[in-house]
Design a protein around this ligand. Sequence first.
Ligand code: PSV
Ligand code: MN
Length: 387
Amino acid sequence: MTRLIDVAPQLAQQAIELPSWAFGNSGTRFKVFGSPGTARDPFEKIADAAQVHRYTGLAPSVALHIPWDRVESFDALRQHAEDLGVQLGTVNSNTFQDDDYKLGALTHTDAAIRRKAIDHHLECIDVMDSTGSRDLKIWLAEGTNYPGQGDLRGRQDRLAESLATIYQRIGENQRLVLEYKFFEPAFYHTDVPDWGTSYAQVSALGERAVVCLDTGHHAPGTNIEFIVMQLLRLGKLGSFDFNSRFYADDDLIVGAADPFQLFRILFEVVRGGGYANPDVAFMLDQCHNIEQKIPGQMRSVLNVQEMTARALLVDTGALKVAQEAGDVLGANAILMDAFYTDVRPGLAQWRESRGLPADPMKAYAESGYQQQIEADRVGGAQAGWGA
Ligand code: PSV
Ligand code: MN
């Protein structure tokens, strides 16, 4: 049986990128709730993200969303992040909040609107040049609501052409990462609905184009770990947007809804060579609508760490023997043994041995940071959906 101590060196390599938007207000389409102390600009969002890293040692970078995180000087934002001990990470484009994009952006029939959407992505690459970011992550809200509304094939062809124009501008050390989602905001068809479409589109672009798998973007019952295996096998799994869901794209705390699914995904990541592999970025894509944001992000990265530890504990040698012997129940039991191992006390001890608090949630709660931002951040507009 593998022990936690045996996998500590691997655990020490874990890095999970936080989304800047987790530190702004968000909500449902019915209501966005404000909460005291919420960041009012990208600088404050980065400061909050740095707290998560400070107490967990797990979150050394922060993803940006443009235009939500547009600032006068990205060099200054980068310096601010570095001063706080974190880096700026993935740059996410946004072609879903402009009236021009009502009927499409990169797929629009109007060449002028397609050009505008392409130019937005080129601006994002300029930002990446200043921030030192490697990845441009593209999620498209494009699709149709009614059969017959659009030419499905024409839209796919225009998408390929627009992506190729963007890809030409991607630097030597940069990547284009294409995210898929099976529905929403379009309800009849979505232009990049599944991993296969994303894979087909990025494969046509070249080596530096890869797929992003958002765990919340699949139909209920989808075997997500199978997709993880397949994309790793094909060398095209570029990143994860981790979150969890009960119903649709709920954007809840990763591992909250279904810890076993998170374990199964991470087991395939480890098994497929995607763990501690710089080519596979671990990110969160979550919102905290009613819970506190900084502890919400802390809980999330800790959930990923706990399930990673369990995945690393799987006795792969014994598993292989059982699989090859056709020992169905034995093989399943080996996997479940690791899943049912409570790694929390071991992780607490290990954290302390590295100068981190045994209980990061408690340490943050006792730090006074939350009270401080609630007292300081008075006035101004809190960051939120669209800002
Ligand atoms: C879309 O649902 C998505 O998952 C994309 O990653 C966006 O960038 C993000 O959510 C916005 O919250
Ligand atoms: Mn996402």
